[in-house]
Design a protein around this ligand. Sequence first.
Ligand SMILES: *Cc1c(COP(=O)(O)O)cnc(C)c1O
Length: 463
Amino acid sequence: MTTTIRYYSTNRNLTKVEGINPFRGYVTFSDALLQGQAPDEGLYMPETIPELPIDEIPALKGKPYPEAAMFVTGAFLKDDLPRADLERIVYDSYDFVVPLERVVDRKYVMRLDQGPTASFKDFAARMMARLMSYFREKGKRLNVLVATSGDTGSAVGEAFKGVEGIDVNILYPRNEVSGRQKKQLDTIGDNVQALSVAGKFDDCQDLVKMAFADPSLHDLNFTSANSINFGRILPQMVYYIYAYAQLCEKGEEIIVSVPSGNFGNALGCEYARRMGLPVRKLVMPTNENDEFPRFLKTGSYSKVTPSRACLSNAMNVGHPSNLARFFELYGGTVDRTGAVHVVPDVEMMRQNIYSVSISDEETKACIKETYDRYGVILEPHGAVGWRGLEKYLEDTGDYEPCVSLETAHPAKFPDEIIELLGITPELPDSMKDIDKRQGSPVELTSDYRIFSDYLRKNLKVGD
Ligand SMILES: *Cc1c(COP(=O)(O)O)cnc(C)c1O
């Protein structure tokens, strides 16, 4: 008998909400992966969460990262594809190191910044790209269209580079990305094409939406590879178990701090705990976009709109897209607009989760202090995580072992590091030659006709 896990939509019970036509069915992992979002604009959730054989975790100590990845993703996918195929995908995705740097006592920073774009998003995007290539309908190309305002686009582009059967087009606003971001986007090459649009980020997003909705482009088999895809959540469960195996003794509980924006990363930890990982507390610090810490405190939710522009700019989110999944796991329902339809069990949330808002001033002070005291260099996102952890420990008198996530490489934020620490952080190997690379973006206006002509003339349909 197979026990394939089925996936359902977070909006399935919203029968009386205007504009939502609830999807009450179930799909397989590969459908959830290739569709990205449920037809009712809800998020796909696994119907059951597999239990990990906890006794086997200590055996991962000292082993390469892909072994932890097999252990965790195998539990979810064992009935969806043969183990040997999953192994190929996992080893191809994770060909870089995952350093755990001791800060003080048994308090660590896990550096998730050694992938091709020096961001933790590489972990999820690389595995999702390979899973999509594996599960796509054979003989038909998949065409990924993404609009980006900067970093996400290059992580997605690099993740799909050289992946069989998939081509990627990335639209970015010509005058709104930094010089280095433009280099990163323009020079990926191979099956990844940058489209430099004379317009704003919203124009890029509109062009992508119109192409998705255009029946005359239907045979181009578009997909979005967006951040709410469950295929991106699954790989983000792995490093929590990896860290525990390296740092903890049998029977110990670990405190984990995850600097949070759209909550996909922290959701990986929530699932890892539900798979059986002994997580004492999931700390979810945010920047000044404080909708979630306020919710935990008061029990009533209101998004921050417009979102506040903070130093940790990848976390400038006023209504986290994965909040719907957190609510669902605690018995609540919130929709895409931020309207709460069923209030989750807030008491239970408080038992498992601690959240606090860290201001830009505190973020800067933390970067400086952590360097002066411990010689550890953090960038703004990692500093929000570390300061949030410190606040939790101060607040509760709780102790250790702890791990805080560093989600980007300090060299991606040279201005802050130079200003605060007076040193220039060295670029990671993956970015060393970035300024010398030559790119060839296609230049477009925000006119849909020109864009759709480009797609029709240049995109491939068959393998
Ligand atoms: C995306 C991002 C985050 C936030 O992660 P979420 O999963 O959206 O909570 C934090 N740090 C960096 C560097 C990021 O790129």
